[in-house]
Design a protein around this ligand. Structure first.
Ligand code: DGL
Length: 282
């Protein structure tokens, strides 16, 4: 459905809407807040339906459209799909439904950063099962570098470990070794020099992943790279707020607000006040 937008000067004051399947996307919010401190951020975590990473593409697309519609109804100037799984399967549907609202996803930004970081063009993507199944990262990387060799590895257990707060130690290392070993075996991915952390939860495991993968492999955090794409789009469309301002951050969750605040604080790396979290029904 096509919508008309208010003038850019008015729209600039609206928040950027950020959506994820849960609290993992707060790693993306943190990157956006660091890059664009003047911006108001409205974050929606669909905690009631987490995880998306093991669900069918049809379910993920339906959930993503509902979550985005909720943010759009509240009034946003841009939609950021912080969830890699939703970004991998629902971007065309979201862009079509909410045009001309700018919609930015982490997959395209991550692919762009990977191509820039890799010299050999041999790139591995670590992601959820649904992201890997759809092949979106592979397509986005190849669209930028046709001769790239892309290896994908579903790392479903990583999500559960991070949700539990387990980001290091022997158990996490053993799981990381199990997932990465086939990629690091020379015969499979000769010359691999870049690993894309293609899931909101994986940046929290970057210490362990780096330890297992070795220092010569560059880790690309798709969340961090999306912040630059957002800044560029807002600037092009004259939607940036005045640089001296300080933007407020508000949070919406589809399940218990107290759990969102507690677990979310870990992902954000800062305390989330319960009063800043509202429970919503989609
Ligand atoms: N947010 C998801 C992603 O980035 C991870 C959690 C989930 O499976 O919902 O793919």
């Amino acid at each position: 459905m096509s919508r008309t937008l208010s003038p850019a000067r008015e729209r600039a004051q609206l928040p950027i809407g950020i959506f994820d399947s849960g609290v993992g996307g707060l790693t993306v919010l943190r990157a956006i807040a660091t890059r664009l401190p003047a911006e108001q951020l409205l974050y929606l975590g669909d905690t009631a339906r987490l995880p998306y990473g093991t669900k069918s593409a049809a379910s993920v697309a339906r959930y993503a459209l509902q979550a985005a519609a909720h943010l759009v109804e509240r009034g946003i100037k841009m939609l950021v799909v912080a969830c890699n799984t939703a970004s991998a399967v629902a971007m065309p549907a979201l862009a079509a439904e909410f045009a001309p609202l700018p919609v930015i996803g982490v997959v395209e930004a991550g692919a762009e950063a990977a191509v820039r970081a890799s010299r050999s063009g041999h790139i591995a993507v670590l992601a959820t099962e649904s992201t890997v199944r759809g092949g979106a990262y592979e397509r986005a990387i190849r669209a930028r570098r046709a001769d790239a060799r892309v290896f994908s590895q579903a790392c479903s257990l990583f999500v559960a470990l991070v949700e539990e707060g387990w980001t290091q130690g022997p158990l996490v290392e053993a799981v990381a070794r199990e997932y990465l070993q086939p990629l690091l075996a020379e015969k499979t991915c000769d010359g691999l020099d870049c690993l894309v952390l293609g899931c909101t939860h994986f940046p929290l495991l970057s210490g362990t992943i780096r330890q297992v993968a070795g220092a010569e492999v560059t880790l690309v955090d798709s969340g961090e790279t999306v912040a630059q794409a957002i800044a560029d789009t807002l600037a092009q469309q004259l939607l940036l707020r005045a640089p001296g301002l300080r933007g407020a951050h508000r949070f919406l969750a589809t399940d218990d607000a107290a759990r969102f605040a507690r677990v979310g604080s870990r992902f954000l790396g800062a305390e989330i006040a319960l009063t800043d979290v509202e429970q919503v029904d989609l």
